[in-house]
Design a protein around this ligand. Structure first.
Ligand code: UDP
Length: 253
């Protein structure tokens, strides 16, 4: 049997050549990293949860007309996605202050922001993904003005969708990060949501208790990361409540 070709290995995912041209198989690993990979650990089951959760969010987004790279889930850890030319930016949307914006602007964690704030970081591990402005993005040709208009519109639609979905299950969407890729349809370029949307790339707080249900559990040693992600998946109905209870055998007459 031919061995499939690895295209790229990242911190939490590996990409393999897909079965058709223009497709990629995205494999979710159990590796958790933080602080630019200075802290790392294997969290059993994280890849399976993120594969399911990213499928859930991307499918929901497609349902409201937001284009994404997701084609279909292949198995517990893999999904088939569209190959896209990645824009080298992390697009962050913030509804409440947390993480780097608190340090940068001296804000108290958890305060509601006056409006959703969209920020951009240049994707470069060696530089620690620095914050950049549209001036940098245009000057260095990472994206055009038209691209940025589309990217902001996409990011805000993802924010509204994700905020609503989370609110419905008692979770506050504090902030999140997306990545965007270009695909070509004839002579036309379209920007689509790519990479993943999961508790690895969002801040999610229980509305009642403030319990953190995202990667901050790992970053700040707040408990079991897989438990937190399982709770998100369970509330969203992505995992049955009874996952741990094996189904009873049925008598066949
Ligand atoms: N984020 C991410 N990948 C990164 C940086 C940030 O997914 O490389 C997410 C992070 O999980 C959070 C949001 O983007 O939901 C904002 O992160 P922030 O800028 O506060 O950075 P951090 O405090 O995580 O360093």
């Amino acid at each position: 049997m031919a061995r499939r070709k690895k295209i790229y290995e990242g911190k939490a995912k590996t990409l393999y050549e897909g079965p058709e041209p223009g497709t990629i198989v995205q494999y979710f690993k159990d590796d958790a990293t933080a602080f630019n990979a200075e802290k790392r650990e294997i969290i059993d089951g994280k890849g399976v949860l993120n594969n399911r959760l990213s499928e859930f969010f991307m499918t929901g987004l497609a349902g409201i007309g937001v284009p994404t790279h997701f084609i279909k889930r292949l198995n517990m850890r893999e999904q088939l996605i569209r190959a896209a030319e990645m824009v080298p930016l992390e697009i962050i949307v913030r509804n409440y202050a947390a993480g780097s914006i608190c340090k940068r602007l001296g804000l108290e964690e958890g305060i509601a922001l006056p409006r959703p704030i969209v920020e951009y970081c240049y994707k470069d591990d060696a530089l620690g993904d620095p914050l950049v402005s549209e001036e940098h993005i245009f000057a260095f040709g990472w994206a055009s003005q038209q691209d940025m208009d589309d990217i902001v519109a996409l990011a805000l639609r993802v924010n509204d969708f994700m905020s609503g979905v989370m609110m419905a299950v008692g979770i506050r969407l504090v902030d999140f990060k997306i990545e965007v890729g270009r695909i070509w349809e004839g002579d036309f370029q379209r920007l689509i949501v790519a990479d993943e949307i999961s508790p690895d790339s969002c801040r999610l707080w229980d509305i009642e208790t403030g319990r953190k249900l995202d990667k901050d559990v790992f970053r700040r040693d707040l408990g079991d990361l897989a438990d937190a992600y399982t709770e998100v998946a369970r509330r969203l109905g992505v995992l049955p409540n009874t996952l741990t209870e094996a189904p009873k055998p049925k008598l066949v007459k």
